[in-house]
Design a protein around this ligand. Structure first.
Ligand code: GRG
Length: 289
């Protein structure tokens, strides 16, 4: 792990629940999935976008942890027997395999709730609480019915069927894209962006999210399970039609390339130069995990 990744992990871990209670098995299951390892893409995108808009304060910290908690809950629930029924995640047994299906459900629920408890800490760290309120609203919307859960719902409804191009588009934009949009928008918003600048951030993030999901589909077919740290062939096992099965591998790779270029062009118009952010986004299309 690089120094930067280790520092990011340390910063996020400081927000995990510490207080013991009679429900400690739940706290253990939450922390197990959160600390199992993960690329921390969403908090990294958030922090880098915050910096690219001139943000320097501490209030970004609780939001970085909150978005990773929400992302982690989505993976914990996505792996459940009633969803993808997967047993390997972030290089370890999935939460439900390690703690039982009941605690898989509970750990996801509690991570989602704790995310908002964590984000609320930002109100005490800023002299502009209205911005923290707007950030909280974006986080909630993009994680829920009109975001990640909505995308997952259509994905589940269409399992085994062939989605139209429009339906696949909806699934990708919401299931994966919405939380990445939230990450970058919250970073920009907490640093003071609004109006057209915030719209540009949302579009940049939408392109990143779409490319990221297509790459995820490619890796599900081409990657090695040990390298990826999660089950491969999951889409085929669950009879899921993906961008790759719908349009073919060559078209999928070409689209990742096109979307990455679009995202980089938009990032190029952020107020401050952000080589770190550009490097992160440019590398997503060639990642191996
Ligand atoms: C409420 C039962 C219930 C389920 C909800 C909302 C939801 C489950 C699932 C969300 C959909 C989902 C898991 C989308 C996949 C997005 C994606 C590509 C995840 C992989 O993200 P990475 O590669 O993972 O960033 P790491 O482990 O590196 O953080």
């Amino acid at each position: 792990m690089s120094d930067n990744a280790a520092k990011l992990n340390e910063r996020l871990a400081a927000f995990l629940p510490q207080e013991a209670s009679q429900a400690d098995r739940l706290r253990e299951a939450m922390n197990y999935s959160f600390t199992a390892g993960g690329k921390r893409l969403r908090p990294a995108l958030m922090a880098m976008t915050y910096a690219a808009f001139g943000g320097r304060g501490p209030e970004i910290g609780p939001f970085m942890a909150a978005i990773e908690m929400i992302h982690t809950y989505s993976l914990v629930h996505d792996d459940l027997p009633c969803m993808d029924n997967d047993t390997l995640r972030r290089g370890k047994p999935t939460t439900w395999s390690a703690y039982g299906e009941d605690f898989g459900v509970l750990a996801g629920d509690a991570l989602l709730t704790y995310a908002f408890e964590t984000a609320a800490k930002a109100f005490g760290m800023t002299d502009d609480p209205a911005r923290a309120g707007k950030a909280m609203a974006i986080l909630a919307r993009k994680a829920g019915l009109y975001g990640m859960c909505g995308g997952q719902a259509l994905d589940v409804l269409l399992t085994g069927a062939a989605p139209s191009a429009d339906q696949l588009d909806f699934i990708y934009r919401n299931k994966t894209g919405a939380l990445i949009e939230a990450a970058m928008m919250i970073g920009a918003l907490l640093a003071g962006a609004d109006g057209e600048a915030l719209d540009n951030v949302e579009k940049a993030a939408a392109a990143v999210g779409y490319a990221f999901q297509i790459e995820d589909d490619i890796l599900d077919i081409t990657a090695d399970e040990a390298e990826l740290g999660k089950n491969v062939g999951s889409d085929e096992k669950n009879a899921k039609i993906t961008y790759v099965t719908l349009y073919g591998m060559a078209a999928a790779k070409e689209e990742v390339h096109r979307l990455t270029a679009e995202a980089l062009e938009r990032i190029g118009s952020f107020p401050l130069p952000s080589p770190e952010l550009e490097e992160l986004v440019a590398g997503l299309g060639s990642r191996r995990k």
